[in-house]
Design a protein around this ligand. Structure first.
Ligand SMILES: *Cc1c(COP(=O)(O)O)cnc(C)c1O
Length: 388
């Protein structure tokens, strides 16, 4: 029997890499100085932060002074939208986002919409893709920001960011990209993407929770987010989370070295899982784009049964997956992403997301392929809506 759990929910969070944990622990014990203090214990912490800034910058092809530490992806998204909105409100009040953004962008835009800004939510096609031409057509003289995610956290579709970036560069409109799902898991650089702001979260790339970064291209005007002390070039106040920052830096360093070698093995395991599920279970549909998708993501809708029921049955077999996204779990609303992709709510309710990581093995996938079809059959036998 397999020990422990089979963790297939890496889009929700990832385990902390042992080397990251080791690097972090020093900054809880031996060196607990405040980086803003002028004595040597503070200076030591300050240099650890600057080393981490370089590690984050190197992974995304930015300059270290363009990296600002935040409390995670959610804060980075909030800061990007609110910070640009309030720095540019004299120029205009129009913001464009996609309809499949993470709630950190979606709900922030909605809030801005209730506070004097005008929001355009672009549609996506059936595979979750935004059409760059739709972005072009939605632009107005008073558009101050466009925010489109790099890869969707639920269905894994990778958006045509470089194409959108070129359009926005021509028009001089700031471009924010939520790259929380891709940074550290998929190669990217801010210049290839053509973005001006980019959100990063450590716990999606084998780093700790509660720490992240916002890339802000030099020359971009943005309001500060937190007010208080003068940390982060007086743009984001708050005493530095030194262990977290060091952990994020280390996770980025490891990703830069090792991620390219992990992509193909993870994709192969994902393909094995996909083929196994589609050959063993009838009436399943793949969500998201068949090719333009994250190598570790398999999102499906299983006809006639609820995602939550499958999740709970898999959990009893010690397999961790998600139905829709972790944030929508617990609510009865079907995923806004699947609805935007045109799925009827009754189909969207049967969604299940498997997201693989670097520690998953073929043995684990074989086990899932053994238990999952049985679970589906049992649930379908009890389902009043499933007709063979
Ligand atoms: C997880 C996630 C976030 C939120 O990041 P946190 O660090 O958990 O706040 C934002 N956007 C996307 C696409 C995510 O997957």
């Amino acid at each position: 029997m397999l020990k422990g759990v089979i963790y297939l929910d890496h889009a929700a969070t990832t385990p902390v890499h042992p080397l990251v944990r080791r690097e972090m622990s020093l900054w809880f014990t031996d060196s607990y100085g405040n980086p803003s203090s002028m004595y040597s214990v503070g200076v030591e912490a300050k240099s650890a932060i600057e080393a981490a800034r370089k590690q984050v910058a190197a992974l995304i092809g930015a300059a270290p002074e363009e990296i600002y530490f935040t409390s995670g992806g959610t804060e980075s998204d909030n800061w990007a939208l609110r910070g640009i909105a309030y720095a540019s409100e004299k120029k205009g009040k129009h913001i464009i986002i996609s309809s499949i953004e993470h709630h950190a962008v979606l709900d922030t835009a909605e809030w801005l919409g209730r506070h004097g800004f005008e929001i355009t939510r672009l549609p996506v096609d059936g595979t979750g893709l935004v059409d760059p031409d739709d972005v072009r057509k939605a632009l107005r003289p008073d558009t101050i920001l466009v925010s489109i995610m790099h890869a969707n956290n639920e269905v894994g579709t990778i958006e045509p960011i470089p194409e959108i970036g070129r359009i926005l560069r021509e028009r001089g409109v700031p471009f924010h990209v939520d790259a929380v799902q891709t940074v550290g898991n998929y190669p990217l650089s801010v210049n290839e993407l053509g973005c001006d702001l980019l959100s990063v979260s450590a716990h999606k790339l084998y780093g700790p929770k509660g720490i992240g970064a916002l890339y802000i291209r030099k020359g971009i005007r943005i309001d500060k987010y937190m007010t208080g002390g003068g940390q982060e070039s007086n743009k984001r106040a708050g005493t530095y989370n030194v262990p977290g920052i060091v952990g994020l830096g280390k996770a980025c360093e490891i990703a830069l070295e090792e991620m390219p070698a992990h992509i193909e093995p993870i994709r192969k395991l994902r393909e094995k899982l996909r083929e196994g599920i589609f050959s063993r279970i009838a009436d399943v549909r793949l969500n998201g784009h068949p090719e333009r998708r994250l190598p570790n993501n398999l999102s499906v809708c299983v006809q006639g049964i609820e995602g939550e029921s499958m999740l709970l049955c898999l959990d009893m077999n010690r397999v961790c997956v998600s139905s829709g996204s972790a944030c929508t779990t617990g609510s009865l609303e079907p995923s806004h992403v699947l609805i935007a992709m045109g799925l009827p709510p009754e189909v969207a309710h049967g969604s299940l997301r498997f997201t693989l990581g670097r520690d998953n093995t073929e043995e684990q996938i074989n086990y899932v392929l053994e238990v999952f079809p049985t679970i589906v059959k049992r649930l379908r036998d009890m389902s009043p809506t499933y007709r063979k």
